[in-house]
Design a protein around this ligand. Sequence first.
Ligand code: PXL
Length: 281
Amino acid sequence: MEKQKRVLAVHDISCVGRCSLTVALPIISAAGAECSILPTSVLSTHTGGFTDFTFRDLTAEIAPITRHWEALNLKVDFIYTGYLGSFEQLELMKKLFDDFRAKDTLICVDPVMGDNGSLYDLFDETFARGMAKLCAKADLIMPNLTEAAFMTGLPYEEKNYSEDYVLSILDALHGLGAGKVVLSGISFDETKLGAVASDKTKGEINYLMNERIPGYFHGTGDVFGSALVGALSNDKTLREATRIAVDYTVACIRRTAKAGTEVRYGVCFEKELPYYIDLLK
Ligand code: PXL
């Protein structure tokens, strides 16, 4: 029997709205990995499209929780961070990486901060610079184009950009420090959308595209990131894992568009889990 991998997912709990931990746990579990969690905050809903949401910061819990794990001599194969709510949490993540990085641990940072050219509520440009410093300590980062632009200081281009533009962003992202970059939200023509996976250690850049389904769908970044980490935990290469994450995310979006559900409640990823598991075979 091969050893089951352990992924530590560090995100908020948005109780309603299908993002962060309510997405990471089921998807990473479906991939067959053990998904341990470190919740960074608890919100009644996520912050996109809802007003009057509650927000309970859990920063004070992080050090005691991780101290207990250290006493257990806990080992993790992947650390996967997403939504972080404060500078203090960025600092605590740097310590977490130092404390739990073993020889084969892959540190994956999704610098969740924005989409479509703007930052989510509660974030600003100073935070983006702080997040860029956290990315320096990661093996793999997975920003979308908006987050990439805010972290590198390069302009955000909405459409009609060239491959040179994407290559310059990738270059700047690698410059932050990570050897592996998966940049999502890439589109060279109106009908296709996908991601580019760049593995500097191998000198490989691959574009993984699929159909663009018109509209904006909330929480897709977390579906994508979780599916990517889940696939990597199945020993897929970065290129294969990105292909799987793109195809699964598009299937979830297609199902949501057909169902016509309110997009702020997230994508219908659950019924596409069998498809994800098939992709992993
Ligand atoms: O899906 C990203 C995300 C995660 N967590 C919270 C959010 C968002 C995006 O809006 O608000 C709390």
